[in-house]
Ligand binder design. Structure first.
Ligand SMILES: [Zn+2]
Length: 102
């Protein structure tokens, strides 16, 4: 599976945030779990959530409606912060295989 794709400008910002975060919290890691996704994938994910919840507003809170979604433009990323003392980030990355840790 490919690593998350993000705009170069977004990557630079993520790296800056990751570096700052590591200075403040040396035991924490910023992990990018999702980056660019095609409009087709965004639409499928949104439709699946809408079918599951049967409520368009709730579905939109979980997966952005395709007309306004940032992922298809490469401008949205999903991230998580991990405390490496409490969670094995390397193991999470190995299992997910589509993440980048800073
Ligand atoms: Zn997202």
């Amino acid at each position: 599976m490919p690593l998350p794709l993000v705009r170069e400008s977004v990557l630079e910002k993520l790296q800056n945030v990751g570096r700052l975060f590591n200075k403040i919290h040396p035991d924490w890691r910023l992990v990018v779990t999702e980056g660019w996704r095609s409009l087709e994938v965004q639409t499928r994910k949104f439709n699946e959530k809408y079918r599951e919840l049967e409520n368009i507003e709730l579905a939109h809170r979980m997966i952005a409606a395709p007309v306004v979604a940032g992922h298809p433009s490469g401008g949205a990323v999903d991230v998580a912060f991990f405390d490496i003392k409490a969670y094995d980030v390397a193991r999470f990355c190995a299992v997910r295989r589509r993440v980048v840790a800073f």
